[in-house]
Design a protein around this ligand. Structure first.
Ligand code: NI
Length: 259
């Protein structure tokens, strides 16, 4: 059983979604929200499908589009047992650096919610790794489990994050020829620090790069990690599944049975 720890299901047509769910019927998905509308749909997916869990949050690119109600709505979702974390939240300085203070404020506000409700935090960090690190570090004694989704930093930086107990989501990028840093990180660090993810419908792995991604393609991520670490694919799947169950405190065993 595989766990795609990070995907978005809002951008599929009805027909596409049917196939996506069929391909994943023996596997688990953790669906991520980014704003009020997608957070609501994450909750609906969770309620409808037993193999779907969710994280809800306000993405850094959405900070200009929210209001006080966004936080009230978000907080109201956190008592749902299938909402296993807050995400994806964080900092993104790629498109603009003009609202970095607001991004930090919204990020911190949501970390405080994670602390209050004992939820994991799934982080989106783009061109903002040092600021992300500085913020996480302030919470190092608060027992919050942080996951850096689509980590693309250096091995040295990864080791700093590991000291704070942070885990890393590895997705389709690891299969890209030019993703040298991501490959180095996977090679250098033990499997216990990694989770499989797709970020579907984005970041499609080889050999399907360029097409619309789907959670089942997490298998190609597992294959590439196995190749880089000289392990069997089964070992990678089994270990990353165990990691995901423990990191997100999923109420299942590694065969998907409820515990
Ligand atoms: Ni995402």
């Amino acid at each position: 059983m595989m766990i795609d720890t990070h995907c978005h299901l809002d951008e599929y047509s009805y027909e596409e979604l049917k196939l996506v769910l069929e391909h994943m019927k023996d596997h688990i998905m953790i669906v991520s929200g980014v704003n009020d509308v997608t957070n609501q749909s994450v909750l609906e997916f969770c309620n409808q499908y037993s193999n779907i869990y969710g994280v809800v949050g306000i993405h850094p690119e959405e900070v200009e589009n929210i209001n006080q109600n966004s936080f009230i709505l978000l907080e109201s979702m956190l008592s749902d047992p299938k909402i296993v974390g807050i995400g994806e939240i964080g900092l993104d300085y790629h498109y603009t650096k003009e609202n970095t203070e607001l991004q930090k404020e919204v990020f911190i506000k949501q970390i405080e919610l994670a602390k209050k409700y004992h939820k994991s935090v799934v982080i989106h960090s783009r061109d903002a790794l040092q600021d992300t690190y500085d913020i996480i570090k302030q919470y190092k004694n608060d027992h919050i489990q942080f996951i850096l989704h689509a980590y693309s930093g250096s091995v040295e930086m990864a080791k700093q994050f590991i000291k704070l107990g942070v885990k890393f989501g590895v997705g389709g990028v690891v299969t890209f020829k030019n993703a040298i840093k991501t490959k180095e990180v996977v090679e250098a660090l033990p499997l216990e620090h990694f989770l499989l993810e797709t970020d579907s419908p984005y970041l499609t792995p080889e050999p399907y790069r360029g097409q619309k991604n789907e959670p089942y393609n997490v298998i190609y991520v597992a294959q590439k990690i196995a190749e880089l670490k000289h392990l069997t694919v089964n070992t990678v799947i089994q270990k990353t599944t165990e990691n995901a169950i423990s990191i997100f405190k999923l109420p299942i065993d590694s065969f998907g049975k409820e515990v």
